[in-house]
Design a protein around this ligand. Sequence first.
Ligand code: G3P
Ligand code: MG
Length: 242
Amino acid sequence: MIASRLIAHRGASLLAPENTLGAMTKTHEIGTPWVEIDVNRLGDGTLVMFHDDQLGRLTSARGRLCDQRWEDVKALDIGSHFSADYSGERIATLSQALDHIQTLGLGLNLEIKVYPEFTPEQIVFDTIKVLDTQWRDTDKLLISSFNSEVLNLLHHWRPDWQCGHLWERIPNDWAEIAEELNLVSVHCDHRYLTLEQVRQIRASGLDLYCYTVNEPERAAHLLQLGVDGIITDDPLLLGASR
Ligand code: G3P
Ligand code: MG
């Protein structure tokens, strides 16, 4: 297994505001060894840890990320939507996030988002640059994306990095895609996963991770079936974190 049985989704987003440095700290405090975050792109090219393509759900501002500059968003409060205790949280750049995650000693599942406002190339090459500069232990890095072109670019430019494909429903040709892109893992929505897929993916030697599992019985069941890891908003759902 590359990552861990429990991966804190957006940084344990039931316990702290998603995709914040505070959520990474919370992940570390509760003893979860791996975190999943989303990397996204502002209009000025700055890479940020942020899920949506709009500001509205998580901040008091409105607008599309592609229309923002770092100067416009760096002071926005990204924690108050969760609780007043986190009102000091600010949007973090990818660089700030990597720095904090490594200081905490966490493993990282980095999900590369692609929205229609930018191309895979526009986010992949800059993400590679930031990772090349900052990330030290590639054994503790697993990159994932719903976008096949992202994974194709990574396969071409950084063939040694561990990458997994995200799918809502795993397609019939997952094994061919995995071979072509030299993937190490499959990441899927647990609601559509079948027993036969678990069996086949396990037999293939690829890791299998499921998102977003927040019910303890479901998590325990999936792990018992042979799913390698659960991506969850609440890594305490099984009573202990590992
Ligand atoms: O990486 C698993 C999960 O994060 C994928 O969906 O929308 O929560 O980024 P989403
Ligand atoms: Mg994600």
